[in-house]
Design a protein around this ligand. Sequence first.
Ligand code: HEC
Ligand code: HEC
Ligand code: HEC
Ligand code: HEC
Length: 283
Amino acid sequence: MTKLMKIFPALVIAVLATGASAFSATSVVASSHDLSATGKDVQGAAGQAQNQVCVYCHMPHNAVNVGAPLWNRTNSTTSFQMYSAANSSTFQLNAADTNTVARPVGPVSLACLSCHDGVTAFNSLNQGPMIDLDAALPVGGILPGSYTFQSGAVVVTNMTGASAPGPASATIGTDLTNDHPISFTFDAALATLKGSTLRDPTTALTNVGTTGALVILRAGNVAANTISSQMLFTKNGAGVQNQLECASCHEPHMQGDLTAASNYPFLIKSNQNSNLCLTCHNK
Ligand code: HEC
Ligand code: HEC
Ligand code: HEC
Ligand code: HEC
């Protein structure tokens, strides 16, 4: 707590003062991303292994080698339509770069889209949880697809259709041409190409305004507090951190629905006064 107080004194005090939640604002527990029995929007059905939180996304063993670290979900197999040169002045300018050619969705974004594509099933796990503390004894590995998710009383299979949880907007879908570009290289060369309108991601991160700080310092290292170290990812888990992905703007492990924290929806920093946008764009 003391270390946290040093980094986010205002945030910690706000949470303590309101007493709104027993969980830290930077915990996934009890958020929309908690799919356990006590999860907020989607819950594992009663009588089934559902008392873990991380397991619906991560598994300590036998993880799949795609998506986010130790990923436990079968990634989306749908093909995506990417934001491309046709929609963009930038990507047309940047003809020398691979940004203009058809590009695959990067691993981290693919992880998000394994639920948010509206197609892939919530229970499309690589491996079910082995421990069910609700049962008398721990059970063996539960087969993927052998249990049910619900939103209140309604059974939900994926993030689309009449039984979809929450607002329909949570479905990003497979057409990404109308979404902020992802899975492309954001480096000093691109910043140079765009002149002063785009910040150089390898220099110190500019915190804009009073709500300008990131909610979670990922590298935990102020010396490496750049856009690239905090907000960008490697391509296929290797090389330089220069890929812009869904998790550049979103932090999946937090109370993203706690409107009081002003980081709804799961934003890595508040977008009040468009401060999130202004972190990268100098407009
Ligand atoms: C709804 C899905 C989801 C849940 C639930 C989830 N994670 Fe993650 N996790 C992700 C995604 C996506 C990434 C990759 C993006 C990133 O680094 O933020 C990730 C990355 C990570 C990383 C590596 C990057 C880092 O921030 O250090 C760790 C460690 C991690 N998760 C731990 C956990 C733990 C522990 C839990 C349970 C308390 C958990 N996660 C629950 C989706 C999830
Ligand atoms: C295991 C499935 C799963 C994964 C993986 C996942 N999400 Fe979610 N996400 C959900 C569910 C379920 C909700 C709640 C939907 C609702 O009630 O509207 C949600 C809600 C959200 C919301 C809030 C939407 C709203 O309108 O309230 C955002 C933003 C979001 N997720 C972004 C992400 C990002 C970015 C990633 C990857 C870093 C990710 N999610 C990974 C299942 C997932
Ligand atoms: C450049 C930053 C950025 C990137 C990249 C990004 N998002 Fe978002 N996202 C936002 C902001 C900001 C909002 C809130 C928009 C608002 O104020 O209505 C949002 C909203 C959402 C919502 C809530 C529903 C909605 O339509 O507003 C979901 C779900 C979501 N994002 C998922 C994703 C997923 C999945 C990806 C990757 C495919 C992604 N986001 C990439 C910035 C981003
Ligand atoms: C992590 C850094 C980052 C954040 C945060 C971010 N962007 Fe971007 N955005 C980029 C980069 C890099 C590009 C591609 C280069 C460019 O067009 O300037 C881009 C592209 C765009 C484009 C398309 C430009 C074109 O011609 O194709 C728009 C519009 C845009 N962003 C708006 C926003 C808005 C609005 C927000 C806040 C909700 C936002 N961005 C947040 C980095 C970011």
